[in-house]
Every structure is written in C-alpha cells, then in structure tokens.
Design a protein around this ligand. Structure first.
Ligand code: FES
Length: 80
C-alpha cells in the first residue's frame, strides 16, 4: 500500500506576507524537495491562520512554527 504524504500548511495572509512569508514558503519547499524529506510532505499555502503576530507561520502536524523558524520546522519534520 502506498504511503500518503503529510501536509504542511504555510500562511500567505497579508500580515505574514509583509513578514516575508513568500520567502519562508520557498525555503520550506527547498527543504521538502531535498534530502530525507523528499516526497514525504505536501506544502499547502493558506490564508490567514489567526496567528498574525507570530508571522510568518506554518503548521506541521499539531505544531505551530512561528516567526519563520526553519530550525523548529526541521525538528518538527524529523519527528513526523
Ligand atoms: S496573516 Fe498569517 S496568520 Fe494571519
């Protein structure tokens, strides 16, 4: 049986966009398309997730990644 990819949600709302959410999404995409994570995750761009003051934000499983923290994101990916 084929294993399903897990979803990662990254906010592209206006407040996050003004805090470089586009660049954050590109960086996440680069991480997901290389190394051990390749093919395991699907990046989904969303509208506001109501955490604007922590932007740019992403959600991996049940973890909220705040302030574009790629280290935290990689730790969350490693536990998935
Ligand atoms: S704009 Fe990203 S959480 Fe609101």
């Amino acid at each position: 049986m084929k294993k399903r990819r897990k979803f990662i949600f990254v906010c592209q709302g206006s407040d996050c966009k003004s805090n470089k959410a586009k660049r954050f999404a590109e960086d996440i995409g680069a991480i997901l398309h290389s190394g051990p994570h390749r093919g395991k995750f699907k990046l989904v761009k969303t509208k506001c997730m109501d955490c604007c003051k922590s932007g740019p934000v992403a959600v991996v499983a049940d973890q909220l990644i705040k302030k574009g923290d790629l280290k935290h994101l990689e730790q969350a990916l490693a536990t998935e």
